[in-house]
Design a protein around this ligand. Structure first.
Ligand code: NAP
Ligand code: ZN
Length: 345
């Protein structure tokens, strides 16, 4: 079927209305009428070519919430009328050790990203800035009824990308967690880390968003533009979750870790990042990174957010505002996730 979508025609070009083809619903597929699609900074990196050449035209969007309107004959997980979500991946081999362990994002054959990827049938995937999408039901999540559908959309990427490392590195009672960058990922990370019981500090470029940070679950909020922050907080944190989309002074941030502390980087700047070994070894510190999360853990995260009444703080926009929203994300002027009302596409 042909459906409306917003696509970037070429690298760095504004997104514009177009139509794209969605495949027929196969036995294990569902057709989803999309209600909401979040704007992730990864969408912007991709269409701006920060991460290399892309198969343009690209329809971004991997924070998708909608309603199942058709289900293939073999689908048992989802039924017509269910509210569902799709995150950053729509397929994987399903057979390798990582897929079997529920870490499909680390599929040894490579997971299929929701847009600008090659699906297993050879077609190029197109994302959620669209009215409909057809997805293999095994990669479709159930969105709990108690969650607000628009505020739940960003959980499909920002939620799982922060939940997964927070859980893996044991954020919880007695742990001091710093979240660097208070944007889309950062603000959801703060909410989740707080709900997990950790003592949460925001490290933002300025104190401009301090009131919001404290209201949304942070215990402390510091400006990284103030050199005193790095003096005062030296050796403090068990875990630093870095959500910043640009390179940082890594040595300075690593000095904030206590012995055995870890800095986990989920932000993906375009330039290669250099880490200085000497910043680590005096205190057995470690540096790591993390990519989204697997399907079972994404469902666990959605259920956790429902249990804790958590969603993103969103600004709902019409499709014609997408290009302006991109500009605002790039200037760190997002409060705190733009979500597209896809009925306007
Ligand atoms: P975002 O909403 O733009 O938030 C990023 C925040 O980083 C900004 O709000 C700002 O926070 C801070 N920041 C921006 N530029 C900075 C600079 N030059 N120096 C210091 N801080 C700066 O972006 P997002 O959607 O949360 O995504 C963040 C990053 O995560 C992107 O690189 C994205 O591609 C990546 N990502 C990774 C995964 C994964 O699986 N690992 C998944 C999704 C996204 P303050 O104003 O508070 O300083
Ligand atoms: Zn994303």
């Amino acid at each position: 079927m042909r459906v409306n979508a917003y696509a970037a025609p070429a690298a760095g070009q504004p997104l514009a209305l177009t139509t794209i083809e969605r495949r027929d619903v196969g036995p294990n597929d569902v057709l989803i009428e999309i209600e909401y699609a979040g704007i992730c900074h990864s969408d912007i990196h991709t269409v701006n070519g920060d991460w290399g050449p892309q198969p343009f035209p690209v329809v971004p969007g991997h924070e998708i919430v909608g309603i199942v309107t058709e289900a293939g004959s073999a689908v048992t997980r989802h039924r017509v009328g269910d509210r569902v979500g799709v995150g950053c991946m729509v397929n994987s081999c399903g057979e390798c050790a990582n897929c079997q362990a529920g870490d499909e994002q680390y599929c040894v054959k490579g997971m299929v990203p929701t847009y600008a990827g090659t699906d297993r049938d050879g077609t190029t995937t197109q994302g959620g800035y669209s009215t409909h999408v057809v997805v293999d039901a095994d990669y479709v999540l159930s969105v709990p009824e108690s969650l607000d559908a628009a505020a739940a959309a960003p959980l499909l990427c920002a939620g799982i990308t922060t939940y997964s490392p927070l859980k893996h590195w044991n954020a919880g009672p007695g742990k001091k967690v710093a979240v660097v960058g208070f944007g889309g990922l950062g603000h959801v990370g703060v909410k989740i880390a707080h709900a997990l019981g950790a003592e949460v500090t925001v490290l933002s470029q300025s104190l401009r968003k301090k009131d919001d940070g404290l209201r949304l679950g942070a215990d402390h909020y510091h400006a990284t533009s103030d050199p005193k922050t790095f003096e005062d907080l030296k050796g403090t944190f068990d875990l630093i979750l870095n959500t910043v989309s640009a390179p940082l002074d890594f040595a300075a941030f690593l000095s904030l870790l206590r012995t055995d502390g870890a800095m986990v980087n989920v932000g993906l700047p375009e330039e290669p990042v250099q880490i200085v070994l000497q910043s680590l070894f005096g205190n057995r510190r470690s540096v790591s990174s993390s990519s989204i999360g697997g399907i079972p853990e994404t469902q666990e995260m959605l259920d956790f957010c429902a249990a804790h009444g958590l969603g993103a703080e969103i600004e709902l926009i019409g499709a014609s505002e997408i290009n302006d929203a991109y500009e605002r994300v790039l200037s760190s002027d997002v409060r705190y996730r733009f979500v597209i009302d896809t009925a306007t596409i």
